[in-house]
Design a protein around this ligand. Structure first.
Ligand SMILES: [Zn+2]
Length: 217
């Protein structure tokens, strides 16, 4: 190694990870296949019937390969800390999402259905980058009280270390269009961007996008 290279390595090594700038403009948020794609009530997947190329099975659920690897690391780290995290729902196709959304509309009416589930073509689950998690015990599955359980607390504190964000945080309904979902993890490509998005609160805030509380007419 030359002295110049050694000097460069030394100076790069002195930049703390937290000080590493994450530039929102450097990411592709429009392509359905991008790890940073932003899907919300104003931003459907393009095409609406998008299917990810490489889906990998994780304990009965499916995720894109990159997200599956990160999820396995997350679950392993949780387990090492004594917390058993279980996957509840990963990839859902356009038609699976349509069935789910339609069943909620029939049960609760459209307004409530829109607050708790995406319309087909507008779901993060269709990207293969989202996983709903639960406790092995099933306690508070898909309920706000999940946040107070061991898996919920662990995920809130450590998901970003594995490249995931809590996509629908508490108090962000006017931005995301969804009520608090402490169980819905979204892979965003790595720890640096996950930390940066988490400190901004939402993908919409991080990428300086308009709030998307409702579908456009
Ligand atoms: Zn979800």
């Amino acid at each position: 190694m030359t002295a110049a290279v050694a000097g460069l390595v030394l100076s790069l090594g002195m930049i703390a990870p937290s000080a590493m700038a994450v530039d929102p403009g450097a990411y592709d948020i429009d392509s359905a296949s991008s790890l940073q794609v932003v899907v919300n009530k104003h931003r459907p997947l393009n095409p609406a019937t998008y299917v990810p190329g490489q889906l990998v099975r994780v304990q009965g659920e499916r995720l894109r390969a990159e997200a599956a690897d990160a999820y396995k690391q997350l679950a392993k780290a949780a387990k090492a800390a004594g917390v058993n995290i279980m996957p509840i729902s990963g990839y859902r196709s356009y038609s699976q999402q349509a069935s789910l959304y339609d069943s909620y509309v029939r049960q609760y009416g459209q307004a409530t259905a829109d607050a708790i589930a995406a319309r087909p073509g507008y779901s993060e689950h269709q990207t293969g980058l989202a996983m709903d998690i639960g406790n092995a015990s099933g306690t508070c599955a898909l309920q706000a009280c999940f946040a107070t359980t061991p898996a919920g607390k662990w995920a809130a504190d450590h998901a970003a270390e594995h490249g995931f964000i809590i996509r629908y945080p508490a108090g962000a309904e006017a931005t995301t269009g969804y009520t608090y979902e402490p169980w819905h993890l979204r892979y965003v490509g790595g720890r640096d961007i996950a930390d940066a998005v988490t400190s901004e609160g939402t993908l919409e805030a991080f990428f300086d996008l308009e709030a998307a509380p409702d579908y456009l007419p």
